[in-house]
Design a protein around this ligand. Structure first.
Ligand code: UTP
Length: 292
């Protein structure tokens, strides 16, 4: 079984849920604290042993490639001011992981975006990370998926139990059989109603695919919104008995949703600035009570 050395991260979407800010700033560079979510997920990849990250980029989002350059006018000014150590965290990350790019000219869906990484990934199993999903866990989530892949030899997707009220928002698995936290899927159903859903196990934005997935994506016709859907390719893998939904250990924040973005900032803000946030929350609660 080949080692998992590469991760593909699609960053070419339009980020419409974050307008107006995404008119000028790519969604993937919006920060939790002072760090872009994209940097946070690349740190997760590096901590999982990934050596190369392929960013699937849009020609309209040059800011993302600039973020990983070390020779911009800003870098030079920072250096001249003797302050380059402020970027040590990012520089150290770039020493651990090689960043390459694969263009997606137009956002034609997640499946299409992943297909754009075919040449860069070559004939190897690879991780896919949705950069707006942050995962807080003891073992990095990508590492958990690599271990699950080594055990099963199947495509693996992180999954979790989902409250009934949120099932209609996610891809949901139909499960053929389960062994502990390994659920062998027979199908993935996009956003079913809670009544129609065959389980409460949802698709979470971390995946590990064998190289043959590119061929499956090439043969996947455009689906919903006339886009090539990753979920459709996962469905094909499930029908072949090669798709495992793995119940990962951890908690996700969907920062692609404005409320989830705020939750992530509150969670990590509290973790890093406990005293200040506790005082502030007291003020917020007092203020909202006196305003009622
Ligand atoms: P999302 O659906 O969350 O991103 O895709 P979006 O389409 O940019 O967001 P909204 O719905 O308009 O607010 C998950 C990831 O896949 C990338 C996005 O950039 C995001 O990081 N993506 C999506 C692509 O790279 N290409 C696509 O065609 C679609």
């Amino acid at each position: 079984m080949s080692e998992v050395r590469k991760a593909a991260i699609p960053v070419a979407g339009m980020g419409t849920r974050f307008l107006p800010v995404t008119k000028a700033v790519p969604k993937e560079l919006l920060p939790v604290g002072t760090k872009p979510t994209l940097q946070i997920v690349i740190e997760e990849a590096a901590a999982s042993g990934i050596e190369e990250v392929v960013l699937i980029t849009s020609p309209d989002k040059q800011e993302i490639t600039n973020f990983f350059r070390t020779d911009t006018a800003y870098d030079q000014k920072l250096k001249a001011a003797g302050k380059e150590a402020l970027l040590d965290g990012l520089s150290d990350l770039l020493k651990k992981v090689k960043i390459t790019t694969a263009p997606q000219e137009n956002p034609k869906g997640l499946g299409h975006a992943i297909l754009c990484a075919k040449e860069a990934v070559c004939d190897e199993p690879f991780i896919v990370i949705l950069p707006d999903v942050l995962i807080e866990s003891r073992t990095p989530c990508c590492k958990q998926l690599i271990d699950a892949y080594k055990k099963t030899g199947c495509a693996v997707n992180a999954t979790e139990h989902t409250p009934k009220s949120q099932i209609h928002l996610y891809g949901i698995y139909d499960i053929e059989r389960s062994e502990n936290k390994f659920h062998y899927a027979s199908a993935v159903i996009e956003k079913p109603s809670a009544e129609e859903a065959p389980s409460d196990l949802s698709v979470v934005g971390r995946y590990l695919f064998p190289a043959e997935t590119f061929k499956i994506l090439e043969e996947t016709p455009p689906g919903k919104n006339n886009e090539i859907q990753l979920a459709d390719a996962m469905n094909t893998l499930a029908k072949m008995g090669k798709m495992v939904a793995y119940e990962y250990e951890g908690r996700q924040f969907d920062t692609g949703d404005p409320a989830g973005f705020l939750q992530a900032n509150i969670f990590y803000g509290y973790k890093n600035h406990k005293k200040e946030i506790e005082q502030f929350m007291e003020e917020v609660i007092n203020h909202s009570q006196s305003a009622v």
